[in-house]
Design a protein around this ligand. Structure first.
Ligand SMILES: [Zn+2]
Length: 120
């Protein structure tokens, strides 16, 4: 499953980032997902719940920011968001374009952590 391998790499990346914060727990992971990343959000959430069990990410929230596809149009020289990934045309002048400037992202935007309480 595509989403499971994505989540596994998120868990790896976050766990590595936490190396500098021993005992820290993750509260929230924010992802930026482009419309062309071919990610099913429900599936991603399901996999996240399963794959984070027993890791410092267990119980944390996954916040997904979806990014629309932005094309650069040669004809009018502008960048514009397209309405549908079925039609790669400039929203201003209607010229076809395959010059994708945004929409393929699949990246961690931020990780929010809570330092673990230390027993005296
Ligand atoms: Zn145009």
């Amino acid at each position: 499953m595509h989403e499971l391998s994505i989540v596994s790499s998120i868990v790896d990346t976050v766990t590595e980032s936490l190396a500098a914060y021993p005992g820290a727990r993750v509260k929230e992971v924010r992802l930026r997902v482009g419309a062309l990343a071919a990610v099913v959000e429900d599936s991603l959430r399901f996999c996240y719940g399963v794959a984070t069990l027993g890791t410092p990410l267990a119980g944390s929230d996954l916040v997904v920011t979806k990014l629309p596809v932005v094309l650069h149009c040669q004809a009018c020289g502008k960048d514009g968001e397209i309405e549908s990934v079925q039609s790669f045309r400039c929203p201003r002048c209607g010229e076809p374009s395959m010059d994708v400037r945004q929409g393929r992202e699949l990246e961690i935007e931020a990780i929010e952590i809570d330092d673990a309480e230390v027993d005296a």
